[in-house]
Design a protein around this ligand. Structure first.
Ligand SMILES: *Cc1c(COP(=O)(O)O)cnc(C)c1O
Length: 354
């Protein structure tokens, strides 16, 4: 094994995405996908783009989509960068803003792609422990670091930080870039986008995968001042000029036009989340406050791994990590009301009655 692999390839421990089952029909609550279809406007735009013009390369600058994003967020097109999913945008951020010499900081419990990117690009990093309740301590993130990366709301805990705390992080790190990964912001957290004009060290990353139900289209974007966006373009154009294809560009623009639909499905998911959280609490689960489209839960009487397996036997997939502080927790994506009802009924068979 690994014959002919480069030293770098040999040393990697890749990110492991949640399962995408091919055979059986599962209730899929394991990868934070949206249970609702994407906007019809988006689908129609993709159909429209699926024609003769695919012969031609797409616009390497993604001008039209960047203009639409700028209008949506009240920014200039030069403050917008787009990429093939926010995973790619985040990877480019790690290369554009961080150096090997000074350690970048992120929480010990967060999106597990951050350490993978850091290792891939040979960056040093330090994982700052969240507090007992998975809250973000500000002090350790202030000053003397090579950069800060946080997810807000955080994954997999669902906990959000206030704009005030983000300001503190920005002001405490005038020499380094603070990346705020807002993959789940549309489900109930405050976005840092309004701070962009005040802080030259802020980059906000968002995605169309979760709130806009377009995980299959692969569109993510970064928002920040022109200087930071230029660094992202410089790295991108040293790697792949055409990261977004014509269908993705068209679909993303279509999705942006349908603001009412975004509002409708995110509000629906938030209300499903809130009743499901109440139900689980009444079954004895500890449920952390979630501003995202998932719940992070544990039960005092049954191990999370046993719940994971029991749910799987009952046709329901959720996510579990065999990691020190979160071994007792499951992350459950918020599905439709019917799916969450099925989840609650399955869990009722697996935990002792209260
Ligand atoms: C899902 C997720 C992403 C990646 O989203 P894509 O745009 O689909 O690549 C990024 N950050 C966090 C925290 C996520 O949960």
């Amino acid at each position: 094994m690994k014959e002919f692999w480069s030293k770098r390839a040999k040393a990697l421990t890749p990110y492991v995405p949640g399962e995408q089952p091919r055979e059986r029909k599962f209730i899929k609550l394991n990868t934070n996908e949206n249970p609702y279809p994407p906007s019809q406007t988006a689908v129609a735009a993709i159909r429209e783009a699926a024609g003769e013009s695919l012969r031609l390369y797409p616009d390497p600058e993604c001008t039209s989509l960047r203009e639409a994003l700028a209008a949506t967020f009240d920014l200039k097109p030069g403050q917008v960068f787009v990429g093939n999913g926010s995973d790619e945008v985040l990877a480019l951020c790690f290369q554009a803003f961080f150096d090997a010499e000074r350690a970048i900081l992120f929480p010990d419990i967060t999106y597990s792609f951050y350490p993978v990117f850091a290792d891939l690009f040979g960056l040093s990093y330090r994982e700052v422990p969240l507090d007992e309740c998975f809250g973000l301590p500000l002090e350790p993130f202030l000053g003397n670091n090579g950069g800060v990366v946080i997810a807000n709301p955080n994954a997999p805990t669902g906990r959000a930080v206030s704009l005030c705390d983000i300001r503190t992080l920005l002001e405490g790190n005038p020499q380094s870039v603070v990346v705020v990964d807002e993959a789940y912001v549309d489900f109930g957290a405050q976005s840092a986008v309004p701070l962009i004009d005040s802080y030259p060290n802020l980059v906000v990353v968002q995605t169309m995968s979760k709130s806009r139900a377009l995980a299959g289209l692969r569109v993510g974007f970064a928002l920040g001042n022109e200087n930071l966006i230029a660094a992202l373009n410089s790295v991108k154009n040293s790697f792949n000029s055409y990261t977004l294809d014509r269908l993705a560009l068209a679909g993303a623009e279509g999705a942006l036009r349908d603001r009412d639909y975004l509002r409708a499905i995110t509000m629906k998911i938030s209300s499903t989340r809130d009743w499901a959280a109440d139900r689980l609490k009444r079954m004895g689960f500890a449920v952390s406050d979630s501003a995202a489209n998932f719940l992070f839960v544990s039960h005092p009487a049954v191990e999370a791994k046993a719940l994971l397996d029991g749910l799987r036997e009952r046709g329901i997939l959720v996510r579990w990590w065999d990691k020190p502080r979160i071994r007792d927790y499951l992350r459950i994506t918020v599905g439709t009301d019917e799916e969450m009802e099925a989840l609650c009924q399955a869990l009722a068979q697996l935990v002792p009655e209260v």
